[in-house]
Design a protein. Structure first.
Length: 139
C-alpha cells in the first residue's frame, strides 16, 4: 500500500479515538492583475482551462518542511493530584511505507514535538498509530 492509502487507513481507524488531521502542503503560482482564463483555443496556443498569469512567481503553501503527515490531539485525563481536568496532548505521525525512509527534517520535527511534551513517531500501520495514542494517554 502507498503512503496515502496508509494515511487514510490510519485516519479511519483512529476515528473516535483521537482527533487526527491530514497535513496538506503544495506549490503554486501567483501573479499580478486579473487572471485571463481561456474558454476556447487561441493563437497563443492556450487550451480550454489554461490560465495565464502576468508577472508569475512560484509560492509554497502549507506547513514547514519536516511537519508530519498526520497530526492532532488525544484527550488525556489529568490525575487527581492535578485537579482532575482534561487536556489535549499534541500527537503527530510521520507515515511511511515498510521501506520508506525518514528525512532529517522529519526527525528534527519528531524530536521537537517529543521534547515539548507531545508525542510524535514514525508509523507504518494503524497498529503503530494506536501505539502512539496509547503513549500519549500515559503520564
Amino acid at each position: 500500500m502507498k503512503e496515502h492509502g496508509i494515511q487514510n487507513t490510519i485516519r479511519n481507524d483512529l476515528a473516535g479515538i483521537a482527533y487526527t488531521f491530514r497535513a496538506n502542503v503544495g506549490k503554486g503560482w501567483q501573479g499580478v492583475g486579473k487572471p485571463f482564463k481561456a474558454d476556447r483555443h487561441m493563437t497563443v496556443a492556450l487550451k480550454p482551462g489554461d490560465v495565464v498569469l502576468r508577472a508569475a512567481r512560484p509560492f509554497d503553501t502549507g506547513l514547514p518542511p519536516g511537519f508530519h503527515d498526520l497530526f492532532g490531539w488525544v484527550a488525556v485525563e489529568i490525575t487527581p493530584e492535578m485537579v482532575g481536568s482534561k487536556f489535549a496532548r499534541f500527537v503527530s505521525y510521520e507515515v511511511k511505507t515498510e521501506t520508506g525512509r525518514v528525512r532529517p527534517e522529519q526527525v528534527a520535527f519528531r524530536n521537537a514535538v517529543n521534547a515539548s511534551g507531545g508525542v510524535s513517531e514514525v508509523v507504518r500501520s494503524s497498529a503503530d498509530a494506536l501505539a502512539v495514542v496509547e503513549r500519549a494517554r500515559r503520564p
